[in-house]
Design a protein around this ligand. Sequence first.
Ligand code: HEC
Length: 157
Amino acid sequence: MLKKILLVLLAAIIIIQFIRPAKNLSTAAPTQDIFVVYPMPDSVHRILAKACYDCHSNDTRYPWYANIQPVYWWMNNHIIKGKRHLNFDEFAAQPAQKQAKWIRHIYEQVDSNEMPLDSYTWIHKDAILTNEEKALVSNWAKAIYAQIPDSLKKKKK
Ligand code: HEC
């Protein structure tokens, strides 16, 4: 009985290796990225690129273990959800109100240490932001938010 269960489990593990949604890899240079709308100093871009872009852009740097299921599904789920909430590569394509919301959410998430996700920083130690890095990102986003007309800022949600 135990042998049968193990065999079924093994078969299932093998089968799920073949069920894989497409990777989040864009070869095209983004034409709607945040740079189209707002300037971003290199110092800020470097931080966002290492700590956020894997889940909030169209181009994820996949580690080797992403090739193993169900790890890939789990990552894919974060990427899909992450991009839905904020996508730096498609920033300029959003309505102005949504852009304003995304900018506000960036500093809120960084200030409250909610992003990057803990499950990400367990492995990506370089994505654990120092206070200095947090301040760079947060101040950059706040400075942009301050320039956005109030009419585009919806009430807190
Ligand atoms: C491992 C993937 C991952 C990384 C890395 C990551 N995020 Fe997220 N992010 C998510 C997911 C998933 C969500 C959707 C909300 C949730 O499920 O918690 C999200 C949501 C957000 C939101 C929207 C929050 C809201 O209230 O709507 C913002 C803003 C955000 N992330 C900013 C960042 C920033 C800035 C970084 C880098 C400092 C970052 N994230 C790094 C996965 C990630």
